[in-house]
Unconditional design. Structure first.
Length: 74
């Protein structure tokens, strides 16, 4: 037997509302992920700068050690 049209419309309305809520939650999740990704990108950029500084210090120390060895070693 066919269900009345009003029953089908009510069911579809409920499904649409449920889907709208799901989309709203997904948008909130995506917004939160974008904020987290921006923060992660900032942290990685800071770490990259730290590695560069560490490399520069190592290069300077190695050069200074080589110079001292050359000057004071026989």
């Amino acid at each position: 037997m066919a269900e009345p049209i009003s029953h089908n419309l009510g069911r579809h309305d409920a499904q649409i509302e449920s889907l709208q809520q799901d989309v709203h939650e997904l948008r909130e999740d995506i917004h939160a992920m974008r904020k987290d990704l921006a923060q992660l990108n900032s942290t990685i950029s800071q770490a990259r700068g730290g590695w560069r500084m560490l490399g520069a210090i190592g290069l300077f120390s190695g050069g200074a050690g080589a110079l001292m060895s050359k000057l004071f070693g026989h």
